[in-house]
Write a protein that binds this ligand. Structure first.
Ligand code: CO
Ligand code: CO
Ligand code: CO
Length: 304
């Protein structure tokens, strides 16, 4: 399989391939139950991005038994299991060790028909791009650590991160798309550059259409940025052209590493409105048309 795709794929028969992925990290929110939910939604997302159906999962746990009460772990695992239940995924095992720093994640297995596999290398000239969740969760989480985010915003952002990409994935499979990836640690632009490079196309992004949390703009203006944001900018800048007048705080939002971000879906331009309608009907109300695919310059992303 192509490098830099969302998960590993292994073909068992002409009709069946398995998708395998693993994701785990240190806590990104204060509430253990919510952390469990978000982690599970994030781990399942790579299977959804590839057009697969997640079936089973295994827990990965590193827990500091000396410094934290075991009830914290129980709450995390409960959050994960509830999210897996919502996704129709069965937890079949796992492994835990004592560690100085808490980490939780999941290894997920899903299936896909080999011909229905969706990768980040299939974008075609004339395609349109749809993003299904707003950006800015990394910047807002940095604000939470700094103690400057109100309760209402925290709840809104946590709810977004805990939302499965299941519906968006099922709808894109029904309609038929050319490429997809989920927006996570490399930020919106990092994953979009990977899509452009793996598909050998140019991608145009219309900044005014890109959905983001308004609070993220406020914090980005105050330079509240996670370290990963700067790494993403350094790593991907050479493949990105910003039009004059794109403010630097808006560039920050586009580079912001996301946890459990939305799907970036690339499909025939004539099908874009249909998918947007279906997404809205299914409650994926943040789904937005944000750009299109051009022939040149290959492997480059332009933002205007
Ligand atoms: Co991914
Ligand atoms: Co992943
Ligand atoms: Co074991």
């Amino acid at each position: 399989m192509a490098s830099l795709d969302d998960a590993g794929v292994y073909k068992l028969t002409d009709e069946l391939a398995i998708i395998q992925t693993i994701d785990f990290f240190t806590p990104i929110v204060d509430d253990p139950y919510t952390f469990g939910q978000i982690t599970a939604a994030n781990a399942l997302s790579d299977v959804y991005a590839m057009g697969g159906k997640p079936l089973t999962a295994m827990n990965v746990v590193c827990f500091p038994t000396k410094s934290l009460n075991i009830s914290v772990l129980n709450d995390i695992l409960r959050g994960g299991i509830d999210k897996m239940r919502e996704a129709g995924v069965t937890l079949i095992g796992g492994h835990s060790i004592d560690d100085v720093e808490l980490k939780y994640g999941l290894s997920v297995m899903g299936t896909v028909h080999p011909q229905q596999l969706v990768t980040n290398s299939g974008a075609k000239v004339g395609d349109k791009l749809i993003l299904t969740k707003p950006l800015g969760t990394g910047i807002i989480n940095t604000g939470v650590k700094a103690g400057v985010v109100d309760e209402e915003t925290i709840n809104k952002v946590e709810k977004c991160m805990a939302t499965l990409n299941q519906k968006a994935s099922e709808l894109m499979q029904e309609i038929g798309v050319h490429a997809c990836t989920d927006i996570t640690g490399f930020g919106f632009l990092g994953h979009t550059v990977q899509l452009a490079q793996n598909s050998q196309v140019g991608i145009n992004i219309r900044l005014a259409s890109v959905p983001f949390f308004p609070e993220a703009e406020e914090f980005a203006k105050q330079r509240l940025c996670p370290a990963g944001l700067h790494r993403n900018r350094e790593f991907y800048s050479s493949a990105i052209k910003f039009a004059d007048g794109v403010p630097s705080h808006m560039q920050d939002i586009l580079f912001d590493p996301q946890t459990s971000g939305g799907l970036l879906i690339c499909l025939d331009g004539r099908k874009a409105e249909l998918l947007l309608d279906r997404l809205r009907q299914a409650g994926v109300t943040d789904g937005t048309l944000i750009g299109d695919v051009a022939g040149e310059p290959r492997g480059m992303v332009s933002v205007k």
